[in-house]
Design a protein around this ligand. Structure first.
Ligand SMILES: [Zn+2]
Length: 153
């Protein structure tokens, strides 16, 4: 198996949203609430304990290259401190969720999209990242469409 690096959204962005209660990239107000859904938190990549944990909702744009098509969308993170997920293993809390894996080339252009169904998600990620021209991948929720995590070689 090749080595990959899975990561939640950058801690600097999450920290700024928690402190300013605004979207760091757009300035729209962030919304704080007790979790009514599983999430997951886009920073630690853990699902929320519904009815117990507080979360922050704000607009996040995950495509970082200036030439890429922006894909802003709502994301949830824990309202309180949590640790950014960063590691070689598929984030365990994401494994049961509806997922789409998107492969991008350097520069931010989308190359392909693959929905996870019968296979383990890590297998689909390996195939997308093994595709010619694909430099990195995004995991998105296949129902809501929103961004969940980034994967690099
Ligand atoms: Zn979290």
């Amino acid at each position: 198996m090749p080595m990959f690096r899975y990561a939640g959204i950058p801690s600097a962005i999450v920290g700024e949203a928690r402190q300013s209660m605004r979207s760091p990239q757009y300035g729209h107000p962030a919304h704080r609430e007790v979790a009514t859904g599983y999430g997951p938190c886009r920073h630690c990549l853990r699902t929320f304990r519904i009815g117990q944990e507080e979360r922050l909702l704000f607009t996040y744009q995950p495509v970082q290259e200036p030439g890429g098509l922006p894909a802003p969308g709502p994301v949830f993170v824990h309202a309180g401190d949590c640790q950014r997920y960063e590691g070689p293993d598929f984030p365990p809390d994401l494994a049961g969720l509806p997922l789409v894996v998107e492969g991008f080339r350097t520069g931010g252009t989308l190359v392909l999209q693959e929905r996870v169904s019968a296979e383990p998600p890590a297998t689909v990620v390996a195939r997308v990242l093994g595709t010619e021209d694909v430099a990195y991948a995004h995991l998105r929720n296949a129902e809501a469409g929103c961004f969940m995590a980034r994967v690099e070689r």
